[in-house]
Design a protein. Structure first.
Length: 197
């Protein structure tokens, strides 16, 4: 006599391999192509997908260089040294449609975090105090800095982390930039002079 075997349901475990989103935050490049190249090489080697530039890129050729050498999304807001230079370019021609360009400040949501970026620290603080953003990035001082600012929106207190990634140009302070990822939501300051050629 043949016995029927009862089939047992198979258990299937689905594990989602969450891809880590990495963002490079740079500022005050001032046309320093050798240091920009080091930053972009680091981005490529570390699979960084987005680049936020907090102003003072300077000449339009530097924007061309970024566009040609970074495959991911680029976000750029004007700084004081962009006026009379790259900021005066007629962007309506469509040549830079792959770059998100903002004249005063930019806003973007990445990994469910609301981010604003601007050039000037005073304006960055005002944005942080609005209670609308998780992070506000800025430049201008060339000095890397981070601090927590409490903002209020509709009666709710919200903490916002302000970050200045320093400067890529190697002016006044050693050249640096920052990297943020959505794994632990922390920043890493990268010292450009320690990167290989």
């Amino acid at each position: 006599m043949r016995m029927a075997h009862k089939k047992q349901p198979r258990k299937i475990f689905i594990t989602e391999n969450k891809k880590i989103m990495k963002v490079a935050i740079i500022s005050d490049t001032h046309d320093n192509i050798p240091n920009i190249t080091k930053v972009l090489d680091y981005c490529r080697e570390n699979k960084i997908e987005k680049l936020i530039h907090c102003g003072d890129l300077a000449e339009i050729e530097t924007l061309d260089y970024l566009r040609e050498n970074f495959a991911g999304d680029i976000f750029w807001t004007f700084g004081n040294m962009d006026r009379g230079h790259a900021a005066d370019y007629p962007f309506a021609d469509g040549k830079y449609k792959s770059i998100n360009i903002f004249s005063k400040h930019g806003e973007v949501e990445i990994a469910n975090k609301k981010i604003a970026f601007v050039h000037f620290p005073e304006y960055a603080r005002k944005l942080a105090e609005e209670g609308k953003f998780d992070y506000v990035f800025y430049g201008h001082t060339h000095k890397p800095w981070t601090e927590i600012v409490q903002g209020e929106r509709y009666g709710n207190i919200k903490e916002c982390e302000m970050l200045n990634p320093g400067n890529v140009a190697n002016q006044y302070y050693p050249p640096t930039f920052a990297v943020w990822d959505d794994k632990d939501y922390k920043f890493q300051l990268i010292l450009i002079n320690r990167l290989s050629q």
